[in-house]
Ligand binder design. Sequence first.
Ligand SMILES: Nc1ncnc2c1ncn2[C@@H]1O[C@H](COP(=O)(O)OP(=O)(O)OP(=O)(O)O)[C@@H](O)[C@H]1O
Ligand SMILES: [Mg+2]
Length: 366
Amino acid sequence: MAGIFASFFKKSTSVLGVDIGSSSIKVVQIKKRRGKAVLETYGELALGPYGGVEVGRAVSLPPEKVGEALKDLLREAKTTTTTCGAALPLSSSLITFISVPPVPDKQLADVIALEARKYIPVPLSEVFLDFSVIPKEESYVEDGQAPKDEKLGRDVLVVAIHNEYLNQFQTIMNGGGVQPTFYEIEIFSSIRAVLDQGAATAMIIDMGARSTKLYIVERGILRASHIINKGSQDITLALSKALSISVAEAESLKRSKGLKGGPEYKELTEIITVNLDYIFYEANATLINYQKKYQKNVSKVVLTGGGVLLKGFTDLAKISFQADVKYADPFGKLETPAFLAQEFATAGPEFAVAIGAVLRRLSEVE
Ligand SMILES: Nc1ncnc2c1ncn2[C@@H]1O[C@H](COP(=O)(O)OP(=O)(O)OP(=O)(O)O)[C@@H](O)[C@H]1O
Ligand SMILES: [Mg+2]
């Protein structure tokens, strides 16, 4: 499917979004036309084969190898631009919420750096530090107490990324022949891609290969994040073991039947259900904990990541959460050819991060 639109739009100002996941790379290229973001091309490439493991599995590769894979994907997807926005994995960063005393704006960065030192286990000279002040009415409420008084200062979201990790990422981008104009943690890309502005409090679930990430977002602002160390590859590995089949066979069975195999695939259904129940239990605990702590109702759960493409996943999620469960539709934020509507509706969750990154990149060229 990748690359089919590229030839029609070669002369336009196009922008690229890149998501380097633990199991695969995703890219999306769009351009602005009549005020709309038009999809030009997109594509995905599994990293497993570059490291001698099966498709669908997480793999640790040297950055040069990942760069090579990125280059292959860009060629295959026939992308036509090299400047991009790139998403960094949550695992590469440290995210924390801190309170800072009331100080004039020009001192804020220094005060935050001072405060952040308490939470960051390495010297600050070794990290890239970014922060955003949480708007007053949204202010982080510690321990469910009444909102803080202005005089008590401000609450700030702090993100730290180790310089060494950024250097590795730069090597990947160089290898792919692209120049990022920004890096952002994948959380912020996902939020942009799957939530509407002013939306009610929501939990985004990103089920990847290695882990399942949970983000709680209030009116577009990240309020909490949590990682469950179980992802979709764990379902494949459990299936391979229990059914005595190869990992590749287990992966293909998982994808082709999912939870919809019927009575003939009872064992398959059971194994998948047990694994998903564990994840839903943990996600529910995070959700309920947040609701209790901040007295806020989390009314929506949005499903993203390749793992949620599993057939029957949404149905099981719907009975597992007391919230409105929605299968993410990030392609819905783009103009796409109508005849491929079904394809985009299905693949959406996998491309949420790449689409979020490209949407931010698009706003840079306006
Ligand atoms: N149709 C499908 N049915 C079931 N599982 C699927 C399907 N398509 C992909 N997956 C699973 O989704 C996982 C990959 O998801 P995704 O691409 O979001 O992960 P990633 O971004 O590489 O990983 P992470 O975010 O953890 O770093 C793989 O484990 C794969 O087996
Ligand atoms: Mg991912």
